[in-house]
Write a protein that binds this ligand. Sequence first.
Ligand code: PHE
Ligand code: CO
Length: 294
Amino acid sequence: MNPDKAHNLGVAPVTYGEGTRPPRGDYARARADYTCEQAHDRYTAADHDTYRRLYARQLQQLPGLACDEFIAAVQQLGAPDRIPRFDAISDRLLKATGWQLVGVPGLIPEEAFFALLAARKFPVTDWIRTPEEFDYVVEPDVFHDLFGHVPLLFNPVFADYMQAYGAGGLKASHLDACELLARLYWYTVEFGLIATKAGLRVYGAGILSSAGELHHSIRSTEPQRIAFDLKRLMRTKYRIDSYQASYFVIDSFDQLFEATAPDFTPVYRAVREQIAATGEVEAGVVLPAERSFN
Ligand code: PHE
Ligand code: CO
């Protein structure tokens, strides 16, 4: 019995939003910090083929939809026809921004997640979806984690934001504010849009790794696209099993970093007071006097 493993057995990661199944993945393989070796030899030819097809489908959709920073960095993932080795990407990432990738069996508890980010280690799920899940997978898999998240870790400002988020998460745990902070992750890191001179573009990983939402998030007239406002965002609920009804739009990664740099302790207090007074905001709702990009 490896004593390192005893700490995490049976601990189900906390997830907010709505879902029905327990997390997938073999947590008995994980170390105490929830990281595990990437079992690269265990990928089958079919696994590599799933990755290749997912990558090809997303890549051809990027022009005009993904932000330039993402498009410029996507080739850092290496050959698009096989699931890459995390170590090979880490070598490049360490040189670029001081980040590295670590394998994980799947979703991990938020304190463990925050601690890794604060140490500039990005956890990447090592399994890949089944062919039946080609179009939609509920939980993040290796394709989502690599393709969606890793290119922007090569951007210095975004890389610093991710580390600051991790440090902020450790603090939020003590302030019982993780649910509010999770909304920031959701609406920026996973589903963020950025306004550029050429028009709105995607930087959120949940969109970048989705076949349908890339187009939907930028071109559909259905969703609301609301200017980024930290407190407003933290009052807003989200759905985990459909396209987003609201997206928040930043002007630049510098804006995002600066807006989130101050101590959140008074922010959490103000957001809680506002929620107590007027309630949470449903996704898809635009408040009076709000700037919408539609
Ligand atoms: N400034 C935040 C805090 O004090 C930390 C943080 C930075 C959180 C960036 C999220 C994103 O909690
Ligand atoms: Co993600």
